[in-house]
Design a protein around this ligand. Structure first.
Ligand SMILES: Cc1cc2nc3c(=O)[nH]c(=O)nc-3n(C[C@H](O)[C@H](O)[C@H](O)COP(=O)(O)OP(=O)(O)OC[C@H]3O[C@@H](n4cnc5c(N)ncnc54)[C@H](O)[C@@H]3O)c2cc1C
Length: 721
């Protein structure tokens, strides 16, 4: 339905352009837009003007606007004519407005006719260009306008395809073209002296205009240099620095930043106020995956009958489960230990770090002694901590978070899990499998809301099968203690309900750690999501202070913290030679519920929201030989591709080992490999990884060239005859 107005728009403009082109050819208008013709007609034109100035001005203005709007050649001759007929003052005035208005119309036509199509096709490619234009577009446009060697019509049309606003486009065009227009109009006043339009821009004049064109960018650079000077002016810069880099926080982001700095022989100090390894090792990925493994073992024992194993019974020794969790953490600890990093050449200090100036960090060591470090660069990798919502009565009743849940030694009989995100869903399923009566409370209409609805459905069904009571669309209102029993009061469609519990686990998100270590004093701004504001190079307000990981966002994963760390460390140490923008084009993640959910790139919901055209190919794992043999024949591989092409836009996998299976698609997306390449790759039989190949096969089947196949069928029939 939407195609009609668009095709109508196309038809109208196409007719207009066609009509004008024909008129241009038939009336041989090009003849009038030559220097010789202008010279020959100058006296006549001036006479017209003298006899009827208003009419001449109006016609000239109209012709100029129209010629510019449809990007006809000859704008320079028309501009000369403006000077020749009206003189410098009026000529400049009329040409300046006519050219800007014509440019605006050309811009508008390109925008109306082509922008949607271009955005649909090249949206991902255009996104950074549009982001750059949104920030500095006015400066770039001004430069392009000031230097008249950039084709006027091309700028109009190209800008129409971007996101730059029509109003700034018009204003900047009017101002930016003024100098060049003045040169041409002035030349028009001395028409007799000009042999060709090329004469107008003599090398020195062109040079001056180029210098003028460079001015906005130079001015912008100077303003930013001045701003930086002002920013740093209130701090005393040390004469020399003890270190090249100080890293605050020894989680994934901090460890990798320090590792890279040491690997390239920089002097680096890593400061950790609590436990080496940060959240991931101590409170996050590692203990949660260890707990998931125990919970899975319980499930497997319970399902043993289905595999012909009789008499298997699971009795959960929760203290032993938690002991195993701690043992796993202890076994992995050496990877992130002080000893390992010291051996790599990193100076590790255990204490609380506080940034006292852009070049100094004060560390309160474990024994209470302060130590001041001077450094050329600082990397903040302070992580995030569990967010606790302000629910009345919650604090008084007591609650667990991902920081404290690992301290449990007895299994809660009744557990409320507040939050339906990945952490809440993983832990709710674990505790249910281990034997708790779990109620998961989520305000949104579904859990795992970041994924497509069908993914949420699968995960919720699986959790329910494990005994989790899921209350979606329920808001936690308050916590009460009645006759010694703790109750969470939840509200659903204006009805309140009490959920009794022994423990309540708060898993409603994690807040970046942004207070108490100097950000406020330095005035380092935060984003709306309360992460530290950084640019694409991960620099904060102070270009020598970087932020990575959970504290910087936009993702809260161990692998993204490590990924950002590379950029921050390299930019900090070598940025004066070459800087790199953090690349977020292919970011995978997984939620380790059973079934696992793994994703890279766009989901269907996101593609729709962003207006990205896509095709969906789905392969059901019910069909996969290995999954059938393993008793895990459920889930799917869903691939989004560019319509008619095998280019992958996004993949969601739901099923056993989805997190591992995803790696093949991450590699493909990162290196621009399409589904054809995956299909053409040998996958070992029988493995779960064949699901990836079969998904590619589904795509291929749907795109089989039916006409060619019909001919091939005829060929075979002919061979048989
Ligand atoms: C239950 C749970 C499960 C998770 N599962 C996964 C998963 O499966 N996969 C995944 O990718 N991610 C997972 N995550 C997320 C992952 O743990 C984080 O994204 C990751 O730890 C972020 O690393 P980071 O370096 O930014 O911060 P952190 O690991 O939080 O490290 C920050 C460190 O900075 C220290 N610090 C802060 N301020 C100071 C200061 N002023 N002075 C000195 N030291 C300071 C802190 O003590 C901390 O050790 C999980 C998280 C949780 C809670």
């Amino acid at each position: 339905m939407a195609a009609k107005p668009r095709s109508l728009r196309w038809a109208v403009v196409a007719l207009l352009v066609l009509g004008l082109t024909l008129a241009y050819q038939q009336l041989d208008l090009g003849r009038w837009l030559t220097l010789d013709q202008l010279k020959a007609s100058r006296d006549a034109l001036q006479q017209f003007y003298n006899s009827d100035p208003v009419w001449t001005l109006a016609v000239f203005f109209g012709v100029y606007v129209l010629a510019t709007a449809v990007s006809f050649p000859g704008a320079s001759v028309l501009t000369l004519a403006g000077g020749a007929i009206f003189g410098l003052g009026i000529g400049l005035l009329v040409v300046s407005f006519a050219s800007s208005l014509g440019a605006l119309l050309a811009f508008w036509m390109a925008r109306t006719l082509l922008r949607d199509t271009v955005e649909r096709r090249f949206g991902t490619f255009l996104a950074p260009i549009n982001a750059g234009l949104a920030k500095d577009g006015v400066f770039y446009l001004l430069t392009l306008r000031l230097v008249p060697v950039f084709p006027f019509w091309l700028i109009n049309l190209t800008m129409g395809l971007t996101q730059i606003g029509a109003r700034p486009f018009y204003i900047v065009s009017q101002i930016g073209m003024l100098a060049g227009t003045a040169v041409y109009v002035n030349a028009g006043t001395q028409l007799a002296a000009i042999e060709s339009t090329a004469d107008i821009l003599s090398p020195p004049l062109l040079g001056s205009l180029v210098l003028l064109g460079a001015f906005p960018l130079v001015a912008k650079w100077a303003v930013s240099a001045l701003q930086q000077r002002k920013l740093y002016a209130r701090w005393r810069k040390p004469r020399r620095f003890d270190r090249n880099m100080v890293v605050i926080g020894a989680g994934a982001g901090g460890l990798v930043s320090a590792y890279i700095a040491a690997a390239v022989k920089a002097k680096v100090t890593l400061v950790e106020g609590h436990k080496m390894g940060g959240d991931c090792l101590n409170y996050g990925c590692v203990p949660s995956k260890a707990l998931i493994r125990s919970a899975k073992a319980v499930k497997q024992v319970r399902q043993a009958g289905a595999f012909g194993v009789r008499g298997a019974q699971a009795t959960v020794d929760f203290a032993a489960v938690m002991q195993r969790v701690h043992d796993v953490v202890r076994d992995i600890e050496p990877h992130d230990s002080v000893e390992r990093y010291t051996a790599m050449g990193v100076e590790v200090l255990q204490g609380h770090a506080r940034i006292t100036s852009p070049w100094s960090v004060e560390v309160t060591l474990a024994d209470g002694q302060p130590q001041t470090l001077t450094t050329r660069n600082i990397v903040i990798a302070a992580g995030a901590s569990p967010f606790v919502p302000p629910i009345p009565g919650l604090k008084e009743a007591g609650f667990l978070t991902s920081d404290t849940v690992w301290g449990l030694t007895t299994l809660p009989r009744r557990l409320v899990v507040l939050g339906g995100g990945p952490i809440g869903s993983e832990l709710a399923q674990c505790f249910a499998r281990l034997g708790s009566e779990v109620t998961q409370v989520e305000m949104a209409p579904r859990t795992m809301a970041r994924e497509d609805p069908e993914v949420s459905e699968r995960v919720m069904a699986s959790l329910r099968a494990d005994g989790v009571r899921i209350l979606t669309g329920h808001q936690a209102v308050r916590v009460e203690v009645v006759a010694g029993e703790k109750r969470l009061i939840v509200r659903h469609r204006d009805q309140e309900q009490a959920v009794p519990f022994d423990e309540l686990l708060c898993a409603v998100g994690r807040s970046p750690r942004v207070t108490g270590y100097g950000l406020e004093e330095l005035g380092i701004p935060l984003t709306a999501r309360k992460t530290i504001e950084t640019n694409a190079y991960l620099q904060t307000l102070y270009p020598n202070i970087y932020a990575v990981g959970d504290v910087a966002g936009p993702f809260q994963f161990t692998h993204t913290a490590a990924h950002q760390a590379w950029y921050a460390a390299v930019n900090a140490l070598f940025g004066r030679f070459k800087r790199f923008k953090a690349d977020y084009s292919v970011i995978p993640w997984a939620t380790f519920t059973d079934p696992e959910v793994a994703r890279v790139g766009l989901s269907e919901t996101e593609a729709r929201e962003q207006g990205v055209p896509f095709e969906v190919t789905k392969y059901g794992i019910e069909d996969l030989d290995r999954a059938i043999a393993d008793g895990t024949a459920h889930g799917f591989v869903k691939v989004l591709t560019v319509p008619g092409k095998d280019k992958i836009l996004g993949v969601t996998i739901v099923g056993e080992h989805a997190g591992d299976l995803l790696a093949e698609y991450v590699l493909a997306m990162k290196h621009g490999l399409g589904l054809d390449k995956i299909l053409g790759t040998i996958h070992t039989y029988p493995t779960l990884s064949e699901a990836n190949k079969y998904a590619a096969g589904e795509w291929k089947r749907a795109h089989a060239p039916q006409r060619v196949l019909a001919w091939v069928e005829r060929f075979h029939a002919w061979e048989r005859a």
